[in-house]
Design a protein around this ligand. Structure first.
Ligand code: UD1
Length: 348
């Protein structure tokens, strides 16, 4: 029988792409989402891409333990991929209590239900934000985490630690409790959309992230892209990031889940960077977008954005070797997919 994976936050940007890849790899998937930051567009897209109308969907809030417990009682969950969280850095600074409550309680509930229902494999969606402004680049999983500069970043660090502690406490099934094993994936900058253009990033309001801002400017929804800072100590003066294609990122989740379910973990709690290993500057990304899509983007150089790190990119050796995974799509392909998705949304 196919193993069953619960995807919390599965109607969102990353969750929907992961659901598609999991189904493609033969897993049964249950999706849970409270729809606080998305509509049904992506979930409907997932059904179209996979040809599966019957994917179980629960509109629940993972902060509601009873609802989570009920879901675990109704399905024998073999693994959970936990995406259900708030993710806007600036908003987290303004509303720390809301961020801590939502991001921590929902994860605690997932872990508690995992433990109470006979044990489970838990994959946590972490972020390269845990490294902060790293001294040595690229960063490996051993690179020390620096104090978080926002409540959002802090919830990523705290959830990693909570997962590690729960794994440790349940090891060997002490006190008859279910064993929890865990993997944290630290994503660099996920961008792009599914090649079908049926699912993609759907930011509410003015996008904070670079690529949605680029595509919305190109389509005419925004007047002008501001490139935040061109006086950084980099070759062209703009920040360096490791932009990871969303489908590649989704495939890393399938590799990590398989590793857990096939008993291939070397430790009960593991961490992997998920990036391309290649730094790309903001300016390079903008010009690559113009080139691959054959258009001119209206952009200007603007002051630095507070809180941005100059440069970060991944050492991906561990993920390449242990997960047997590596990023495949080129930045050009990814930027073409982001543009196709924006046009799809605009009906063009
Ligand atoms: C941000 C978050 C990170 C989070 C990630 C989720 C910060 C400091 N970090 O990463 O914690 O995990 O989003 O995707 O907020 N840029 C522009 N103009 C724009 C938007 C962005 O020039 O309109 C630049 C930024 O200055 C940055 C780069 O583009 O150099 C990438 O920005 P963004 O997409 O927001 O991602 P990060 O800031 O790297």
């Amino acid at each position: 029988m196919a193993k069953k994976v619960l995807v919390s936050g599965g109607a969102g940007y990353i969750g929907s792409h992961v659901t598609v890849e999991l189904i493609g790899a033969g897993y049964d998937v249950v999706v849970a989402d409270n729809m606080s930051n998305c509509d049904m567009t992506c979930f409907e897209g997932v059904k179209k891409i996979t040809g599966r109308e019957d994917i179980p969907f629960y509109q629940i809030d993972c902060c509601d333990y009873e609802a989570v417990d009920k879901l675990f009682a109704e399905h024998k969950i073999d693994a959970v991929i936990h995406f259900a969280a708030f993710k806007a850095v600036g908003e987290s600074v303004a509303k720390p209590i809301m961020y801590y409550r939502n991001n921590l309680v929902s994860f605690l509930n997932i872990l508690e239900a995992s433990k109470n229902h006979g044990g489970c494999n838990v994959l946590f969606s972490s972020s390269a934000t845990v490294y902060g402004e790293a001294e040595n680049l690229p960063v490996t999983e051993q690179t020390p985490r620096l104090p978080a500069t926002s409540p959002y970043g802090n919830t990523k660090q705290m959830c990693e630690d909570i997962l590690r502690d729960v794994v440790l406490a349940t090891a060997g099934g002490a006190d008859g409790q279910g064993v929890v094993k865990g993997i944290a994936l630290r994503y660099f900058n996920p961008i792009g959309a599914h090649p079908s253009a049926l699912i993609g990033e759907l930011p509410r309001g003015v996008p904070n992230n670079l690529v949605p801002f680029i595509t919305q400017t190109a389509i005419g929804k925004r007047e002008c892209l501001s490139i935040f800072g061109n006086d950084y100590p980099t070759e062209d003066g703009t920040c360096l990031r490791d932009y990871i294609d969303i489908v590649d990122l989704a495939k890393a989740h399938v590799a990590a889940v398989s590793r857990m379910l096939d008993g291939k973990m070397k430790q009960d709690y593991e961490i992997f960077n998920v990036g391309t290993g290649r730094p790309v500057s903001v300016y390079e990304l903008v010009t690559a977008f113009e080139k691959v899509n054959g258009l001119k983007l209206n952009y200007k150089f603007a002051p630095r954005r507070p809180g941005d790190v100059v440069a970060i990119w991944a050492d991906t050796k561990l993920a390449n070797e242990e997960l047997g995974w590596k990023a495949e799509r080129t930045v050009g392909e990814t930027l073409a997919s982001a543009w196709a998705w924006e046009r799809h949304l605009a009906g063009k």
